[in-house]
Ligand binder design. Structure first.
Ligand code: UDP
Ligand code: MG
Length: 330
């Protein structure tokens, strides 16, 4: 079986103890300083919930001692499990790996830096028991973020809602509960460009929102710089709409229409006023403008082509270096 499809479901044997009710997926990338705090807080909250649980930590190629410290916790409490990826694959793929290793009837994804308050899980479970298949935690405000990040996020959501086939709820991130049915659908999706927020919206199901306040990061710094966020935004747009490709058809028509009109005006002018030698600056401006437009349109096609290329190569989505706490791996 290929590494990427190695999931709990496919390999679960009869002898295994019954699956837990709740699985948590925690992506971790250089979160060493948060590990102890995280597990203390999570176990405290989860033990108070009166459900059987497991925590599936995904180490996304950390370069610090995140894995070693998490393994210590795993030795003490086997309900804490670890999927160690062979390198940094990015949060979206770390979540994908985590989801594929869960066995719970409900799965909650939560950040390792405790920006998502674990206390909200109780409310999520209550909604889930009411029959909702996806309970989305929506942040009340984005005050913990810089003004620039907020403006960019707003621009992205505005653009995305206008041109894509799915709508993303504002302020909804990866902190959410998914029913096993939803997880199975997500696990069956083969695509490589995994913009999780879009995929959650795409699958549908009965959804509801609960509000939460974002806490400041416990330790360490954010792993998302402007460049990574830009890539994520591009992935989001290119995997959920082809409008950017179509825009160029319209632009082409407009430019051609304008050129025709201009040519017509030029002919009339020549007929009336005779040949007019000046006109050099307008020529240069026109050449530069249309070369720019062509380069941009080539770039847009390139973005899509690059993604098609990565899909057809069909490499595994991620590679597991080591897994701790899953029966089939021991
Ligand atoms: N993360 C990850 N791989 C990455 C980047 C981030 O698994 O390449 C994890 C990170 O360890 C954290 C979560 O994703 O648990 C959210 O990251 P972060 O707090 O840096 O993002 P922010 O809260 O600033 O959006
Ligand atoms: Mg964070």
């Amino acid at each position: 079986m290929s590494v990427a499809t190695r999931g709990r479901k496919a390999t679960t044997s009869q002898a295994q103890p019954s699956p837990p009710t709740l699985s948590l997926v925690v992506p971790m990338f250089n979160e060493s300083a948060n590990v102890d705090h995280l597990f203390t807080r999570l176990t405290e909250v989860l033990d108070g919930l009166d459900v059987s649980w497991e925590i599936v930590c995904v180490d996304d190629g950390s370069r610090d001692d995140t894995v070693a410290r998490t393994v210590e916790h795993h030795r003490r409490d086997p309900r804490i499990k670890i999927v160690e990826l062979s390198r940094n694959f990015g949060k979206e793929l770390a979540l994908t790996a985590g989801l594929r290793h869960t066995a719970g009837r409900a799965v909650v994804m939560i950040d390792a830096d405790l920006q998502h308050p674990p206390e909200a899980i109780a409310e999520m479970l209550a909604k889930w028991r009411e029959g909702f298949e996806m309970v989305i935690a929506v942040r009340r405000d984005r005050e913990t973020e810089s003004a620039l990040k907020r403006v960019n996020a707003q621009a992205f959501y505005w653009l995305f809602s206008r041109i894509s086939e799915v709508t993303l709820p504002r302020g909804a991130g990866d902190f959410r509960l998914l029913d096993r049915k939803v997880v199975d659908v997500l696990n069956a999706m083969p695509e490589h460009t995994r913009f999780m927020k879009g995929l959650y919206a795409w699958v549908g199901f009965k959804q509801c929102n609960i509000p939460y306040d974002v806490a400041p990061r416990v330790a360490g710094a954010t792993k998302f710089n402007a460049f990574k966020l830009w890539r994520l935004a591009l992935d989001g747009i290119t995997s959920f709409t082809s409008v950017p490709l179509k825009v160029w058809t319209v632009m082409g028509f407009l430019a051609a229409a304008f050129a025709l009109l201009y040519g017509f005006v030029f002919i009339i002018k020549t007929l009336i006023l005779g040949i007019d030698v000046p006109g050099y600056p307008s020529l240069i401006v026109a050449i530069m403008f249309f070369s720019g437009v062509q380069l941009i349109s080539l770039g847009v096609i390139g973005e899509y082509l690059g993604r098609v290329f990565s899909e057809v190569k069909s490499r595994p989505l991620y590679v597991v270096r080591e897994a701790y706490g899953f029966e089939e791996d021991e």
